[in-house]
Design a protein around this ligand. Structure first.
Ligand SMILES: Cc1cc2nc3c(=O)[nH]c(=O)nc-3n(C[C@H](O)[C@H](O)[C@H](O)COP(=O)(O)OP(=O)(O)OC[C@H]3O[C@@H](n4cnc5c(N)ncnc54)[C@H](O)[C@@H]3O)c2cc1C
Length: 498
């Protein structure tokens, strides 16, 4: 006999846990199925920014803001060709709901620092959860447990069960055993993005992007596949956030992951964090920056070069996305960024930083040498720095010589690499951060089919239900994951029990 629930949620990342908790708040019997051994998804490795207007935190900071002005400002973030494809009405609806979601999350005991400015937003709107995005997962999971909902890990949903047009449940592989679960009110797809699904990327974005990986290796687009199989309309599947260069993460857990994300200790941390002097907060957040942020393009415009694992230069570093595409076909798909004395000096102080989360913190060469010794090493000679990075010094010397000799005396834009000390940063890889394609949904998060009618019993949230929105600017993906989850839980429980 298949177990029966009111609501089944596919995926225990940010949007899935929000949807599950929201449905449980309405009195629903809820099952969450998560394919990984633990909840979290991409949400669990994110920085944690949540951008919204007219929040209580803004009011406490004396900022008078409104969703209407946010709606105007947000359209200035994407390039015009991307903005032309944005789903304006849905985005406006979302931005009107975001502050309510923010207060709902604060009600779970989550603490935020900020708000931080991010132009062209006219007001500071970026709220950063403390100590990091893992706190969303911990708080929602705890709240869900207290409502008596069931969460199964190692439970990959393979297909949807249908009765006629209606989605009535799922089939999942749970600890290696195939099981069926029935939902009387609805199935909510919350399975994240497809940044690491090579087939989907090649099909929608182009064959040349096939080799580029997603930051989250488990972001395989299962929800998109399930939605498509059910007849959903998928839009903007070619739009991606990235590819961009990022430092390969350390094999050690980042500092923030060690901090308590739930329980009394986390509340204490939150209370302390909001009272910490801003320089101390910045230094904490800087650790996150050097974990995931990408090296600024300005580094390459200023003359830094990329060397592959064999010490060879392989591309014009200033050309995007050729650089990322070329990097993905190098040995082990990795490269190193070489800085000479001039670049080390330049990238040691504002306004020349290696990476940033705008207006939160900036990381310079010294920060990388101190906080990420696994991706930053210094040497007085080229041979020494190459050796420290495990590269062939002869090949590195030859690459630098050939590059510097190739620069025209009249090309003032680029300067030759001159002399030590040297710094080699890396390995870096080209990654997709996330993808912007998703199912079309209505304001109840019900999935809309190719024929324009809803697919009964099926909902999509977070990256599965982006509905044509392209969420440029920091903090909108998490705001959407949580908002769409909250709304789907309410809507699903408001439908008639079958
Ligand atoms: C490094 C990094 C930093 C970021 N920082 C920010 C930030 O600060 N602010 C912001 O707004 N956005 C940020 N983003 C983007 C944002 O984190 C994500 O877009 C958002 O959290 C996605 O939430 P989600 O619930 O849709 O997906 P996820 O959180 O990825 O959850 C999907 C879950 O579904 C599970 N799953 C998948 N397939 C199945 C299946 N078949 N069966 C069962 N379970 C399945 C997955 O394992 C996962 O747990 C960042 C992204 C990255 C990569």
């Amino acid at each position: 006999m298949a177990e029966t629930f009111d609501v089944i949620v596919v995926g225990a990342g940010g949007s899935g846990l929000a949807a599950a908790y929201s449905a449980a708040e309405q009195g629903g019997r809820v099952l969450v199925l998560e394919k990984r051994p633990q909840p979290g998804g991409t949400t669990g490795i994110a920085v944690g920014s949540f951008t919204a207007a007219a929040t209580s935190v803004q009011r406490q900071a004396g900022i008078d803001d409104s969703p209407e002005s946010h709606i105007e400002d947000v359209s200035k973030f994407p390039p015009t060709d991307i903005e032309a494809r944005n789903a304006d009405a849905m985005r406006a609806f979302f931005l009107h709901e975001a502050a309510t979601t923010f207060e709902w999350l604060r009600g779970l005991g989550l603490s935020f620092v900020g708000p931080s400015p991010e132009p062209p937003n006219r007001n500071p709107r970026m709220h950063n959860v403390v100590p990091g995005a893992k706190a969303y997962i911990a708080a929602l999971q705890l709240a869900l447990q207290q409502k008596g909902a069931k969460l199964l890990a190692n439970a990959a949903v393979e297909c949807l069960l249908r009765e006629g047009d209606r989605v009535v449940g799922v089939q999942a592989l749970v600890d290696g055993v195939t099981r069926e679960y029935h939902a009387t009110r609805g199935v909510i797809l919350a399975a994240g993005d497809y940044a690491n699904n090579r087939e989907m990327i090649a099909e929608h974005k182009g064959e040349q992007y096939r080799a580029i990986e997603g930051i989250n290796p488990f972001a395989t687009g299962d929800g998109h596949r399930l939605a498509k199989d059910a007849g959903a309309q998928l839009v903007n599947m070619d739009v991606t956030y990235g590819p961009e260069l990022r430092f390969v993460p350390s094999s050690k857990r980042p500092f923030q992951q060690w901090l308590p994300a739930s329980g009394l200790a986390a509340r204490f941390m939150g209370a302390v964090a909001t009272r910490l002097p801003s320089w101390m907060m910045r230094s904490m957040i800087k650790r996150l920056l050097v974990t995931w942020q990408h090296p600024e393009n300005a580094l390459f415009d200023d003359g830094a070069i990329l060397l592959n694992r064999d010490g060879q230069r392989f591309v014009d570093e200033t050309k995007y996305p050729d650089r990322e595409i070329a990097l993905a076909s190098q040995p082990d798909k990795i490269a190193y960024i070489l800085l000479d004395r001039r670049l080390i000096e330049r990238y040691s102080a504002w306004p020349h930083f290696i990476s940033t989360a705008p207006d939160i913190a900036y990381a310079y060469v010294a920060d990388y040498l101190r906080l990420r010794p696994d991706v930053a090493r210094r040497g007085t000679s080229l041979d020494q720095v190459a050796d420290r990075a495990g590269l062939d010094p002869v090949a590195v010397r030859s690459s630098v010589h050939t590059y510097s000799a190739s620069l025209s005396e009249h090309d003032a834009k680029k300067l030759p690499l001159e002399g030590g000390p040297w710094v080699l940063l890396g390995p870096v890889k080209a990654y997709f951060t996330t993808t912007e394609g998703g199912a079309v949904v209505n304001d109840q998060m019900q999935v809309v089919g190719e024929d324009g009618t809803i697919v009964p019993g099926l909902y999509a949230v977070g990256q599965n239900g982006l509905s044509g929105m392209i969420l440029w600017s920091h903090g909108l993906h998490i705001a959407w994951a949580m908002t769409s989850g909250r709304l789907a839980g309410i809507a699903c429980m408001a439908t008639q029990d079958r």
